[in-house]
Write a protein of this length. Structure first.
Length: 197
C-alpha cells in the first residue's frame, strides 16, 4: 500500500503544483467570492486529476495512444474556453452585480466544482502524464492506492491555492480590489490560454 500511495502522492503534486490556468482560476474565484466556492473549484480540479490517474492505471498506454491524435483539438477547445472565461472575468471587473437590468447568477460551490472539473478534463496532457508514469513503473500503477495518493495530493494543493486566493480576497474586498483581482486574473488566464495554442 505505502509505495503505490506515495508514488500517487508524488504524481499528484507533480501535476498540480505548476500553477497554470486552473490554479489562477481557483485563486481568482476564491478572492472574488468565498473560500467555500474556491475550495469546491479546487476539488473539481483534484477530481479530474483523480479520474485521469484512474484512467491511466486502468488503461495506461492504450488511453494515452487514443488521446494523442486528438490532443491538438482538445488544446484548442481548452484555449477557447479559457479565453471566454478571461473575457467574462474582465467584464465582471467593470460591472456591478445586477447591472444592465439582469441579475447575475451568484457563484455557487456546485457550479464552481462542475465548471473546473469540466475544464480540467479538457487537458489531455494530464492523462498522458499519468499514463507515462504508470508505464515508467513497468505498468505497475498501484491501483486504487496510486489513484488515492494522486487525488489527495492534488486536492491538498488546490485547497492551498483556494485558501491563498481567499486570504488575498480579504485584503482586496473593496470595489477597486475586486476590479484589480478580476483584471489580473483575466490577463493571466488569457496568457495561459494563448500558450496552449
Amino acid at each position: 500500500m505505502s509505495a503505490p500511495f506515495l508514488a500517487g502522492v508524488a504524481a499528484g503534486y507533480g501535476i498540480a503544483v505548476p500553477v497554470g490556468a486552473i490554479g489562477v482560476l481557483i485563486a481568482g474565484l476564491s478572492a472574488r467570492t468565498s473560500l467555500r466556492v474556491g475550495a469546491a473549484a479546487g476539488l473539481g480540479a483534484a477530481t479530474a486529476d483523480g479520474i485521469y490517474a484512474a484512467v491511466a492505471v486502468a488503461g495506461g498506454a492504450a488511453v494515452a495512444g487514443l488521446i494523442a491524435p486528438i490532443a491538438t483539438p482538445l488544446r484548442w477547445v481548452a484555449a477557447v474556453v479559457l479565453l471566454g472565461l478571461a473575457a467574462m472575468t474582465a467584464r465582471s471587473a467593470f460591472t456591478k452585480p445586477g447591472a444592465a437590468g439582469r441579475p447575475q447568477r451568484p457563484a455557487t460551490a456546485l457550479r464552481a466544482y462542475a465548471g473546473i472539473l469540466g475544464l480540467t478534463l479538457l487537458n489531455p496532457a494530464t492523462v498522458i502524464y499519468f499514463g507515462a508514469l504508470v508505464l515508467g513503473r513497468g505498468g505497475a500503477g498501484g491501483g486504487v492506492w496510486f489513484v488515492a495518493g494522486a487525488f489527495l495530493a492534488s486536492a491538498s494543493w488546490q485547497l492551498l491555492i483556494a485558501g491563498g486566493g481567499s486570504l488575498i480576497g480579504r485584503f482586496l474586498t473593496g470595489g477597486r480590489g475586486r476590479m484589480l483581482t478580476a483584471l489580473v486574473s483575466s490577463v493571466m488566464i488569457a496568457i495561459l490560454a494563448v500558450k496552449l495554442l
